[in-house]
Design a binder for this molecule. Sequence first.
Ligand code: GUN
Length: 292
Amino acid sequence: MILLDGKKTSQQVKEEIAAEVKAIRESGGKTPHLAAVIVGNNGASMTYVNHKVKACQMVGFNSSLIHLNEYITEEELLIKIEGLNKNEEIDGFIVQLPLPDHIDEQVILLAIDPIKDVDGFHPTNVGKMALEFPTFIPATPFGILELLKRYSISTDGQHVVVVGRSNIVGKPISVLLSQKADYGNATVTITHSKTRNLTDITKTADIIIMALGVPGFLKGDMVKDGAVIIDVGITRVKDETKKSGFRLSGDVDFETVSVKASHITPVPGGVGPMTIAMLLKNTLLTRTMKRI
Ligand code: GUN
């Protein structure tokens, strides 16, 4: 079994980005600048956003963290977004999800200028992705593709089973892997909480992408020998033995699945760090992205 080391691979991607930033600076170009908006104090979201800001520092980007009160109104948040859209210092920005219930996520995502939408969540960019126009690929699917590429795991003609249908992971990775492209050409089955006989389906998969958010859901008896397992789940599970009071758990029962898998991502240290690296990559891509 080969461990797909997202920590090491993301480090390589970040080193490449850092070299590009250095070259931009040396040729008199402007330092890339990523901003992140977070609303409220959700512990997991704050950790992710802080990782994103720290990663900016590592590659030589400028970064701004805009931490807003959880009671901010939708109108006030829209004004902040308009400010970021207009701010020429900022190349790209993200609004960390989920947002508090009183704020309509769709209204907020629609307000982000697609040319600065480095998450690739704006409907214009989702449409472009689906139609294979140049655009920002959402960072988590982008990170999965990059990990497969760097470990030379071909998806060509493979049966990929995606478990989970979220806008952030399940939907976009299904579209990307079925496209006529390098690291596409897969036969994709998208499954979810209402899928019947899920085990019958996962057992036929050459590659399984778990993006359900249910700790330890995928067990060894649901997987065929030699399958490639990508675990996108990252849930905080109570653990009194840890100083923080929790540990991070993936959607895969690592103990029983890893003995059958040919390749598997760990949690933490798999897809998570790749997501951050690819967000930085998207921020660099703002330099060449055309408004079409
Ligand atoms: N919440 C979970 N993943 C993501 C992500 O990739 N981007 C944003 N903005 N919010 C998230």
